[in-house]
Design a protein around this ligand. Structure first.
Ligand code: ADP
Ligand code: MG
Length: 608
């Protein structure tokens, strides 16, 4: 090719390039086509694929169909019935609007469409391959559209090579469909891969039912509803309690105006809301729907439309974080590791491996294929008897929505205190408590840590930190960077209770220290805050002080393997149980777990 010659690309090449932006892999075809079905007003959409969607994708809906007179146009680039001009972009209510999907898909595959609009007497049978119309005939068909896409990327081998295995591509498709189905509980979706049923939702308009049908019982019965609003947005949906944590973000789903989006701001805000409930590198379950007013979110940032631009991210962050925190606080969140499943197989509990690795009981496997397939197997069983299935669904919905039961019977409520029966200590570490048909086991170390931490944080927030002179003053040596940060964070340090000044050279003299942080090595706290601030290049936040204090209070607390008296324990639990969130230590480990009388009865085979 001569380099200084400018070529005008052929239509065919332009189409293939454009197709690359919208159609990256089979799952993008499915996403675009299912979104078209939703936009067409369908309330039933079925998807079946073969060979990971590379061999064939077949999507049928009972929506509006396409008028015979519009068929050719639908397959032209930038052809859309959804917007007329740029100003319409601000008020989009449909999922599609760029008019690229059908033309792009047709450019790189063999498409067969059968569609009928109710205003036409006969439907259309249309075949287009590699962007070229092959046939356009009449056919009898019900209202709605069926699209069959075969041989994806047959004419763009480079793209085809870039695909993963059929199994992986099929997983991507399932993931896309799950996200879409969750956001449209009013539509019934089904998905088959190589003839096997993989997913089915009932379309009865209840979000909790869709979550149950897609994620299964364990998740559906461990959810906390979120319903809140601020000046900029409404949020609605569910978040998971502590038992649903994962090692990655795969169970965080966000929707803005019903569109599934991936957004770092929202993830961060969600996770910040869980601070104190989860450990580092743990991620919660969430299905959250946001409604933003027209114009405050730009959805036209990326061809796949999964990225969006939110106008005031800082404001959104702050509000979402506090909404999540509010939803989580004041709920009983005590881990019950002996779940019904384990009870069925009691030997697992005595298994060495499981015993030594506590987190295996507490933290379920990350989201993986087996997660959905085990769900599907369950679903097969459960859907067989539709009636009993619906009963189960409403039983769970009841449990989820019924917040009363939480308030009536709470281990931590003031009224329960007189009935709490402290049985004693075991392994010099755990305390056994009996209350209301349950045995509670409290980790004295975690409990003490939590109580210490909360005491300090509350004094910090209430600005009731006191300062106490130290005689003689403590001299510390700081690096140049640390000296710089000691000056930068002087205000924060003084509000903690520290007074210090340069003592010449690299030395600093600390003349006063916090008066109400008992048990903590205050010199180490000073050093660790200053050196952390230096590491962060003085981008210092009050969160960092809290994090440091959490770590220090952890060190200061009673360790396991140390006997404390009944009275000391009772005082500790009294203080613990008055906290808003007594269930986790500052680093997110549980402070208490519970085993119900019923679980024990099952373990001992008193009941089955
Ligand atoms: P967009 O969705 O951005 O408008 P597409 O290329 O996906 O662009 O679709 C082009 C047009 O074809 C749509 O605007 C719609 O009018 C029509 N269409 C596509 N799929 C369907 C369907 N399943 N049912 C009814 N109409 C459809
Ligand atoms: Mg579309």
């Amino acid at each position: 090719m001569e380099e200084n010659i400018i070529n005008i690309l052929s239509d065919d090449t332009v189409d293939k390039i454009a197709a690359g932006e919208v159609v990256e892999r089979p799952s993008s075809v499915v996403k675009e086509l299912v979104e078209n079905s939703i936009d067409s007003g369908a309330n039933s959409v079925s998807v079946s694929i073969r060979g990971g969607g590379i061999t064939e994708i077949r999507i049928s809906d009972n929506g509006s169909g396409i008028l015979r007179s519009e068929i050719k146009k639908a397959f032209m680039p930038h052809a859309t019935s959804k917007i007329k001009e740029a100003s319409d972009l601000d008020s989009i209510h449909t999922l599609g609007f760029r008019g690229e999907a059908l033309s792009s898909i047709a450019a790189v595959s063999n498409v067969h469409m059968i569609t009928k609009a109710s205003d036409d007497d006969l439907g259309t049978d249309y075949i287009i391959e590699g962007g070229k119309e092959i046939s356009n005939g009449l056919t009898g068909a019900p209202d709605g559209t069926t699209l069959i896409v075969r041989n994806l990327f047959f004419n763009t081998p480079a793209r085809r090579k870039f695909l993963k295995s059929e199994k992986t591509e099929s997983i991507y498709i399932e993931d896309v469909l799950c996200h879409i189905a969750i956001s449209h509980p009013e539509i019934s979706f089904s998905f088959k891969s190589d003839g096997r049923d993989r997913m089915m939702t009932s379309g009865n308009s209840r979000l909790i039912d869709s979550i149950y049908q897609i994620y299964g019982r364990d998740i559906a019965s461990n959810l906390i509803p979120v319903k809140d609003k601020c000046d900029l947005f409404l949020v609605n949906g569910f978040i998971g309690n502590y038992s649903l944590v994962r090692g990655n973000r795969s169970l965080e789903s966000f929707y803005i105006n019903k569109r599934s989006v991936i957004d770092k701001t929202l993830s961060k805000a969600l996770e910040d809301g869980y601070k104190g409930f989860l450990m580092k590198r743990q991620f919660p379950f969430a299905v959250l729907f946001f409604t933003f007013p027209e114009g405050s979110v730009d959805v036209n940032v990326h061809p796949s439309k999964r990225e969006v631009r939110i106008s005031d991210t800082q404001y959104v962050m702050e509000n979402l974080t506090s909404m999540i925190h509010k939803a989580l606080s004041g709920r009983e969140d005590i881990l019950e590791p002996v779940e019904a499943e384990a009870v069925k197989k009691p030997f697992i509990i005595h298994d060495k491996k499981t015993d030594s690795n506590h987190s295996e009981i507490a933290i379920p496997e990350p989201f993986e294929k087996n997660f959905i397939s085990s769900y599907t197997e369950k679903l097969d069983e459960e859907l067989r008897d539709k009636v009993s299935h619906d009963e189960k669904v409403s039983e769970i919905a009841e449990k989820v929505y019924n917040t009363d039961s939480y308030e009536q019977l709470s281990f931590i409520s003031e009224e329960s205190r007189p009935d709490i029966n402290i049985i004693g200590q075991i392994f010099k570490t755990y305390w056994i408590i009996e209350w209301n048909k349950k045995v509670y086991i409290i980790d004295q170390h975690a409990a003490h840590e939590k109580v210490n931490y909360e005491r300090m944080i509350s004094s910090l927030h209430k600005h009731t930190m006191t300062s106490q002179e130290v005689v003689p003053p403590v001299i510390v040596s700081l690096s140049a960077k640390e000296m710089e940060s000691a000056e930068k964070i002087r205000n924060e340090m003084e509000s903690l209770g520290y007074r210090y000044e340069s003592f010449g050279g690299k030395e600093y003299m600390i003349s006063a220290m916090p008066g109400n942080l008992p048990d903590i090595d205050l010199k180490s706290l000073f050093m660790s805050i200053v050196s952390e601030a230096a590491q962060w290049n003085n981008k210092f936040t009050s969160d960092m002080i809290e994090e440091r204090i959490a770590t220090m209070s952890c060190k200061a607390s009673i360790k396991g393997n140390q006997s404390i008296s009944f009275d000391e324990a009772a005082a500790l639990f009294d203080e613990l149980l008055t906290l808003d969130e007594p269930y986790h230590c500052p680093h997110g480990r549980p402070t208490m777990i519970a085993v119900s009388r019923e679980d024990l009865d099952k373990l001992f085979r008193r009941i089955v």
